[in-house]
Ligand binder design. Structure first.
Ligand code: WT7
Length: 631
């Protein structure tokens, strides 16, 4: 494979080339794909305007590069292997040929239902093959997909539908998760009461949960597919046409729609997938993420399928029917590359080795982690007990906004160090800056992580509000993309990600904005004011700690705490439920009325020995009360 780096010196060489001659470097990678028309210029960018364009005027369709490009060479190779929630149910394998057929059919269903190039389609589905088929069918006709994680509440779903003015929602009757069966269509129904743009809803039958089908709006997936054939010519897309929108939390209240486009995203997700995981032709690759997150987009669907890989899609949870489920699946399909989150590793580690020892795990060659810093203990457990000491761990740092993996070892090539994402991929130029924006050169430095030059899969805008994109990512440090993460570069030049430096909490690898959680808490009629901070949590990495001022009349503390947690769950979803709620009579504020989160964070961390100077506060007396009342 042309752009696969095969050893460490090739990596260093590729890196040097990517810096010395960026255009030629990416052109060689892009040449591997099928373009209906070649680009005129590789890249044009202006970070001060939050602008980057790649493979300018190139014309292509990303699904032709996933499907047609592979039909004659690997048409009968499994593209997607789907493993159901219940191990007793049959699995499903879709070869590249079969996937091609299903995507073409569903593309025709979309067209039949008045979806055109540029329209936005929301996908609110469990981890079933139809979720991937739906994404690719949208891409095939040039519709913009926006996948919303099926654990989000109806109001979170409604917010996203409203923000992108979606014309259609693709969903299922229900979702099997472990021992539970959860209604999904009913959540969509509730969301659509608040929105006006959705014309049609197409529903996959999965759990056979009874649903109400609204006349003239709701259609069954299987009925629609029965009406079409599999002849579909992919729409010609511009390299910079929008491929998808994915909503993510930031430090302000409303989630933002991160926009990715076609050409650059295709080139970078394929390149990074192949190189980070060192995928070989017959390997079986498994990423345990959900397609509702960027990891699912780039490293379950697009990156692997663009590479012609076999990618596993798992419907269930790591602990059902027992805590050995992941390892059972690894043995069942002889998985070679396994990619998961530190929170899953820690959760499974807590069940003890009894859940691991029944399995051989001898097919594994590469282990990956993503989403949050991995603690050394979890790293060693993963390395020793899952990888049996012989599988390199790729600790991959990246973000929804970066589209693909940015800093990571290349499996088996880059020497690893527990807790370190190690070195940037070719084409990626990280810089460390101090709070004043001075670039810290050399090794043994620590500061805020920025990226100084454009890369193909970077964020293009935040949907409908480019100013917000500029303000969030390109204004803190002029001329650079700011990641929101703190980082250290050690004496060997290796990068260690230290976590967010903004008001974002990383709960089990998922981003939650403190303002977003506070807004949800404040919806409770008894709540007067609230402040949310993160605190260290054994399994989740970070937990959510909420300080709330309430009108207590007619309520006990215990009732109120439960009601507040339920409110957050209803407004955002169960992932945002605070782990701790402390009722307080006041919040520590500066004289200008700003909440001193630093103090709240220390109390939540149970580290009150050094709170700093609290005498300048407007209300220093609340600090003692808060410390006394802390859980
Ligand atoms: C934030 C991005 C990118 C896929 C999943 C999360 C944190 C991500 C690592 C890692 C330490 C990491 C960062 C980043 N993060 N990977 N390997 N080590 N921290 O995507 O929801 O956009 O979150 O996750 O803080 O900014 P996301």
């Amino acid at each position: 494979m042309l752009s696969k780096v095969e050893n460490l010196s090739e990596y260093f060489l590729a890196y040097e080339k990517s810096v010395a001659n960026t255009d030629t470097f990416w052109e060689r990678v892009a040449n591997q794909f099928y373009w209906r028309k070649r680009w005129d210029k590789v890249v044009e960018s202006d970070f001060e305007k939050g602008k980057a364009e790649w493979f300018i005027n190139g014309k292509l369709n990303i699904t032709e590069n996933i499907l047609e490009r592979h039909l004659f060479t690997i048409g009968d190779k499994p593209a997607i292997i789907w493993e159901p929630n219940n191990p007793k149910e049959d699995n499903i394998t879709l070869t590249y040929k079969q996937l091609h057929q299903k995507v073409c059919e569903f593309a025709n269903v979309l067209l039949n239902n008045n979806i055109q190039k540029g329209d936005r389609v929301i996908i609110y589905m469990p981890m079933i093959p139809e979720a991937a088929i739906a994404m690719l069918a949208c891409a095939r006709i040039g519709a913009v997909h926006s996948v919303v994680f099926a654990g989000f509440s109806s109001s979170a779903l409604a917010d996203r539908i409203i923000d992108c003015e979606a014309k259609m929602v693709l969903t299922s009757d229900g979702n099997f998760r472990g021992a539970k069966s959860i209604g999904v269509k009913s959540v969509v129904d509730e969301a659509l009461e608040k929105t006006t743009t959705v014309e049609k809803v197409i529903v996959v039958e999965r759990t056979k949960t009874p649903v109400t089908m609204k006349a003239d709006r709701d259609l069954w997936w299987h009925n629609e597919v029965a009406k079409v054939d599999a002849n579909n010519k992919a729409e010609e897309m511009d390299s910079e046409d929008m491929l998808f929108i994915l909503y993510t939390s930031g430090s302000t209240g409303q989630p933002k729609g991160v926009v990715h486009t076609t050409g650059g995203y295709m080139v970078y997700t394929q390149y990074s997938f192949q190189n980070v995981f060192q995928y070989n032709t017959d390997d079986v690759y498994w990423c345990t993420a959900d397609v509702g997150w960027i990891t699912g987009h780039s490293y379950i669907v697009y990156g692997p399928l663009l590479t012609g890989a076999t990618t596993i899609m798992f419907e269930g949870v790591p602990t059902y029917p027992d805590a050995g489920r992941f390892w059972e699946i690894v043995d069942k399909y002889k998985v070679n590359q396994f990619y998961t989150a530190p929170t899953a590793i820690r959760a499974l580690q807590a069940y003890g080795l009894e859940a691991v020892t029944p399995y051989k795990l001898d097919s594994l060659k590469v282990l990956g982690t993503v989403g949050e810093p991995i603690n050394e203990e979890a790293w060693h457990w993963y390395h020793d007990h899952i990888g049996k000491g012989k599988c390199p761990i790729v600790d991959t740092w990246w973000q929804t906004e970066t589209g693909g993996i940015m800093i990571s070892p290349l499996a088996g090539l880059t020497p690893t160090k527990p807790g370190y994402a190690t070195l940037p991929l070719p084409g990626i130029r990280p810089v460390i800056v101090d709070p004043d924006g001075n670039i810290l050169k050399g090794n043994g430095v620590q500061g805020n992580l920025c990226i100084s030059h454009p890369w193909p899969s970077m964020i293009r805008t935040t949907y409908g509000d480019h100013e917000r994109c500029i303000n969030t990512y390109f204004s803190t440090y002029k001329g650079m993309y700011f990641t929101g993460d703190g980082v250290k570069r050690d004496e060997d030049g290796y990068y260690r990600i230290l976590g967010r430096v903004d008001d974002v909490i990383n709960v089990s690898g998922h981003r939650m904005g403190t303002a977003e959680v506070e807004n949800a808490i404040n919806e409770h009629p008894k709540v007067i004011e609230s402040a949310v901070v993160g605190f260290p949590h054994n399994i989740k990495g970070q937990g959510i700690y909420a300080y709330v001022i309430c009108d207590m009349e007619g309520r006990t503390e215990a009732n109120l705490k439960e009601e507040i947690r339920a409110t957050v769950s209803k407004i955002i979803g169960p992932i945002a439920k605070p782990d701790q709620v402390q009722i307080v009579s006041g919040l520590p504020k500066t004289r200008s009325g700003k909440i001193m989160r630093r103090i709240l964070r220390k109390v939540a961390e149970k580290d009150t020995s050094n709170l700093g100077d609290t005498s300048t506060l407007l209300n220093p007396e609340v600090v003692d009360e808060i410390i006394k009342g802390a859980q």
